[in-house]
Design a protein around this ligand. Structure first.
Ligand code: ADP
Ligand code: ZN
Ligand code: ZN
Length: 724
């Protein structure tokens, strides 16, 4: 008899021991079904324990072993255990989150990739006259004589005939097993590389078979994707697999097509839009090596690969690579860790690298590869500041901006207007007394969605009908406060009655497929006005856009979040990168009330790379990440004082345990109340990563026994990206 330690998907910071009945064997990484309280849970075997170390009789026995071989490889187990430690998240939840839902539910792995039907020897020997009396069987037999048929191509009408033929043993089912894709012998030649591109490709190719992180810093349109493609080609000749992480699902169709067009290998995509069955199939194809390239969003990082040769992270600066709830991992950072475990290179690509990655590159932890010009020789767009205080403004647009929009449209080109607020207006207000319609559960105003005739809270998701009267004085003169994309769209249409206006934001693209449709419409069409939120900044190609207007850059200039300038510079550069992608030079107008602001001046005159290096110096002077490590405790409760008190207890403990860790807090979260809960934060800074993590462990362990801990919800965010 022996004992196994099992990780279970429960929010408890411990694993659980079970007895393994005599004669049953199991390996680490396999799933088992175990009794837990009144339920049975699927868990993952984490350790085989020496039998004598336990009072075995006190242990419950497992119910069943679900796998013959581990679903999590040793490499993945190491990655996930590192991640659970680093992000201080319960191991069971981390392990279980790394396998597809159907495996979590205890379903078996699909045993074969596909099922085919084929004539048996007897089936080949029969003649048409033998089947004359059964015309449907005859028809199917004739079809099968041409070759095997995939099970999913058999129609429901054909099924009875198929069953009959199977029964007569004229047809047999053949299971096509999962198997590694055949190594590629010839690939379609790529573009002729620029010198910068060629240097990058050769560095990446030379790093094959060993761990080497690269930062590929290439301006928008510099041909980063071509670098990925040509770095991948030699790997496919060796039958190696490649993982490409992309930030948004909206990007995947375009990216998928570029990879699939180049290589004649199975290219799979992994994203939240897949059904559970599709996910499991994709997972299994990666695990067995039958997928060559997987392009996916952040959780693709946890796929199992048979033979991983390279990881690419496109748009590595993108905040969506960080999971914002539950297990708050950063896919970029874990990808680097995974590459180290798998001994393969990892390429982080961006036109606007995160300051963290830039720091790693400047300190030689990552090798820096630079693409400094546009691949096709196009000019980068020019950036121009428009002073909103010095001219007439109509609908948020300066007169000079309107003139340039007109001019661009007259020449047959498209104009993109970027406004990072969806809805009609960020608030609805009383024109007489100044009352604002607030969310009842959050400290925030509700956004007016005029088309939906609703007020929506963008923080907690609650909504209500638009009131007819002021909630304070009863006046009916309710007016929009501020401007959202829906309003801008409505205002532009009468200004340019002949020109179609397309809006791209989360509201306008809610219907499945509507984003792809809108993008096609834009690429195919003539003069157009495109209004949108940051969805516009995400790597799309708009060949006919030559003018971009950033309607309001000021929002981020005075934010309390130390990352706000970095994010603004990234946004401006990425949005600007959409302009002038084809033969025509592009221009970007930045509308501001503070055109002399240092950040804007720096971006305009020196570009993102200069801005980023200066911003790093500032982070160094102010001892902010990446010059110190940051971990953020969040606590929230319906009672205002509980989270503050709880965090205060952490502070007192931290001050005695680790006086060198600097603490900021308890402070109120920027959004003080959300969904009815009061929110507080504690920021912990330290120059020593080990010191910080030791303290975090101590704090979490101590807090488990505090009565207050059970009265609130708390989370720990290590290396937070979003400080709200
Ligand atoms: P990025 O990902 O850096 O924004 P892309 O890879 O999308 O850039 O390339 C931008 C455009 O330049 C694409 O249309 C691409 O086909 C083209 N391109 C890339 N590399 C080359 C090259 N070496 N020669 C000519 N055109 C290129
Ligand atoms: Zn009023
Ligand atoms: Zn709300």
């Amino acid at each position: 008899m022996s004992v196994i330690r099992v990780a279970l998907p429960v929010p408890l910071r411990q694993s659980f021991d079970y007895r393994l009945p005599v004669g049953i064997e199991v390996q680490v990484g396999c799933r088992v079904l175990v009794p837990f309280g009144k339920r049975e849970l699927v868990g993952i075997v984490w350790q085989l324990q020496p039998a004598d170390a336990f009072a075995e009789d006190a242990l419950k026995s497992i119910v069943a072993v679900l796998d013959d071989s581990p679903v999590l490889s040793g490499q993945l187990c190491r990655l996930l255990s590192f991640a659970a430690d680093y992000y201080h998240h319960p191991l069971g939840e981390v392990l279980i989150s790394a396998i597809p839902a159907l495996l979590r539910e205890g379903k078996p792995l699909p045993g074969y990739q596909s099922l085919h039907y084929q004539l048996t020897q007897a089936g080949q020997a029969v003649t048409e006259t033998d089947l004359q009396r059964a015309p449907k069987q005859l028809a199917l037999w004739q079809q099968l004589r041409q070759g095997g048929l995939a099970a999913d191509s058999i129609t429901s009408e054909q099924r009875p005939a198929l069953r009959a033929l199977l029964q007569k043993q004229l047809v047999a089912a053949i299971e096509v097993p999962f198997s590694p894709y055949p190594a590629v012998t010839s690939t379609q030649a790529g573009l002729k590389l620029t010198t910068d591109q060629a240097l990058a490709v050769s560095a990446i190719v030379q790093a094959q078979g060993r761990f080497q992180p690269f930062l590929l810093e290439g301006i928008t349109g510099s041909g980063k994707t071509e670098v990925y493609l040509q770095s991948i080609a030699p790997l496919l000749a060796e039958g190696k697999q490649v993982l490409v992480l992309v930030p948004e699902i909206g990007l995947t169709p375009q990216t998928l097509a570029r990879f699939a067009d180049r290589f004649q290998v199975p290219v799979l995509s992994w994203h939240s839009g897949l059904t559970d069955t599709e996910r499991l199939a994709c997972w299994q194809q990666a695990a067995t090596g039958s997928a060559a390239i997987v392009i996916g969003t952040r959780s693709a990082l946890f796929l199992r690969f048979a033979s991983l040769g390279l990881i690419v992270i496109d748009e590595e600066h993108d905040a969506s690579l960080k999971q914002q709830d539950g297990f708050r991992y950063h896919a970029r950072d874990l990808a680097v860790k995974r590459a180290a475990l798998e001994q393969c290179p990892v390429v982080l690509g961006s036109a606007t690298p995160s300051l963290e990655s830039l720091y790693n590159a400047l300190h030689k932890r990552f090798q820096l590869l630079t693409l400094s010009s546009r691949a096709s020789g196009q000019q980068l767009p020019t950036l121009e500041l428009v002073n909103l205080q010095q001219q007439a403004v109509q609908f948020g647009l300066a007169d000079s901006s309107i003139q340039q929009i007109k001019h661009t449209l007259q020449q047959g080109f498209q104009v993109m207007l970027f406004l990072n607020r969806r809805g009609f207006a960020p608030a609805l207000s009383c024109d007489e007394c100044g009352w604002v319609a607030d969310c009842q559960r959050c400290d925030a105003s509700m956004t007016w969605h005029k088309q939906d005739r609703q007020l929506n809270c963008h923080h907690c998701g609650s909504s209500r009908p638009v009131p007819r009267q002021c909630g304070h004085c009863g006046s009916t003169r309710l007016v929009p406060l501020g401007q959202g994309t829906e309003q801008l769209e409505a205002q532009l249409q009468p200004m340019f009655p002949e020109v179609p206006v397309v809006r791209l934001d989360r509201d306008s693209t809610r219907r499945k497929g509507s984003l792809v449709e809108a993008l096609q419409h834009i690429t195919a069409g003539g003069p157009q006005l495109i209004v949108g939120t940051q969805m516009l900044a995400k790597g799309h190609h708009f060949p006919k856009v030559t003018l971009v207007v950033i309607v309001d850059v000021d929002g981020a200039l005075f934010s309390s979040d130390f990352r706000a300038p970095e994010q603004l510079a990234q946004l401006i550069t990425q949005v600007a990168g959409r302009a002038g992608r084809a033969q025509h030079a592009g221009k970007v107008l930045l509308q501001s009330r503070y055109p002399d602001h240092g950040i804007l001046q720096d971006i305009i005159h020196n570009g993102y790379d200069s801005f980023a290096r200066l911003a790093l110096k500032e982070r160094q002077q102010t001892l902010l990440p990446p010059y110190q490590y940051l971990a953020l405790f969040r606590a929230e409760s319906h009672q205002d004082d509980a989270p503050r008190q709880w965090l205060q207890q952490l502070v007192e403990l931290a001050q005695t345990e680790a006086p060198k860790v600097q603490l900021l807090g308890p402070i109120r979260a920027p959004l003080e109340r959300k969904a009815g809960k009061y929110r507080w934060q504690l920021h912990c800074y330290s120059a020593s990563r080990a010191g910080l993590h030791q303290l975090l462990n101590q704090l979490i362990a101590a807090s488990q026994s505090w009565p207050l801990t059970r009265k609130l919800r708390w989370q720990l965010d290590v290396d937070p990206v979003d400080l709200s």
